[in-house]
Design a binder for this molecule. Structure first.
Ligand SMILES: Nc1nc2c(c(=O)[nH]1)N(C=O)[C@@H](CNc1ccc(C(=O)N[C@@H](CCC(=O)O)C(=O)O)cc1)CN2
Ligand SMILES: Nc1ncnc2c1ncn2[C@@H]1O[C@H](COP(=O)(O)OP(=O)(O)OP(=O)(O)O)[C@@H](O)[C@H]1O
Length: 195
């Protein structure tokens, strides 16, 4: 049976997904370009060595340009690799080039199994955290798997940064005890830093 909290989260997730989906492709591209520029100029990003990014889904902040930039800059770049879809566990795996990517779980680009190079969560110093919604305190609502909630507790040395469109930042997201706050929110219009 669903708890009231889970149910409310589902409702809020649906609303926020709809808001994001309502952006036009032109808006998404334009905002993503602005956000990418802000990200690459960030001290936390510039100083990072092992970055855990993600390959974006169609309505998310578009990360491709950022990944290309990071690879060119000689950073070590990891992407999520789902090791257990039932238990909702993912790991971070290094990528050397976009050529290594194939369509994986949930239709998201990931690394081919033969190219897996898993990095320890505590070795990561920068995590770009995907989000469906964020509130002004830095709490996030994700896709609902709990993949990032489980991962972030292990990534004790990483700056956690969420890059989302402005319409995804709301007054309050519904949260659970295990939800972990991000250290910074970046949108096409604002930068909010908590730590
Ligand atoms: N780009 C990106 N990668 C990511 C995440 C993310 O939010 N964004 N994740 C963040 O946790 C993990 C994947 N989590 C996901 C959880 C649910 C769905 C989803 O769309 N579920 C569909 C069913 C799709 C299917 O089963 O194939 C649904 O609920 O309708 C997608 C990703 C790891 N990789
Ligand atoms: N640290 C954790 N340890 C164990 N279970 C967890 C943890 N975090 C979340 N969960 C479980 O995972 C499920 C999904 O959680 P939630 O709806 O908060 O995911 P989300 O943050 O939206 O998704 P994601 O992190 O994948 O983007 C819930 O059933 C929750 O109980």
């Amino acid at each position: 049976m669903l708890t009231q909290l889970t149910n409310n989260k589902k409702v809020q997730r649906k609303e926020l997904l709809a808001k994001r989906r309502a952006l036009t492709l032109i808006q998404k591209n334009e905002y993503s370009a602005v956000i990418t520029k802000k990200l690459v100029e960030l001290e936390e990003y510039k100083n990072s060595q092992i970055c855990f990014l993600y390959a974006s889904m169609p309505d998310e902040f578009q990360t491709k340009e950022l990944i290309v930039n990071a690879l060119k800059a000689g950073k070590q770049i990891c992407l999520p690799y789902i090791t257990d879809k039932n238990m909702k566990i993912m790991q971070a795996t290094l990528i050397k080039s976009l050529d290594e990517l194939v369509v994986g779980a949930y239709n998201i680009l990931t690394v081919k199994e033969k190219n897996l190079r898993i990095v320890k969560p505590q070795d990561i110093d920068f995590i770009l955290v995907p989000a469906v919604g964020l509130d002004k305190k830095g709490y996030r609502l994700g896709m609902g798997g709990g993949y990032y909630d489980r991962y972030l507790v292990k990534a004790i040395n990483a700056k956690k940064i969420a890059a989302v469109y402005d319409c995804q930042v709301v007054d309050e997201v519904i949260k659970d005890d295990y939800d972990i706050k991000v250290d910074m929110i970046l949108t096409e219009n604002t930068t909010i830093k908590y730590r």
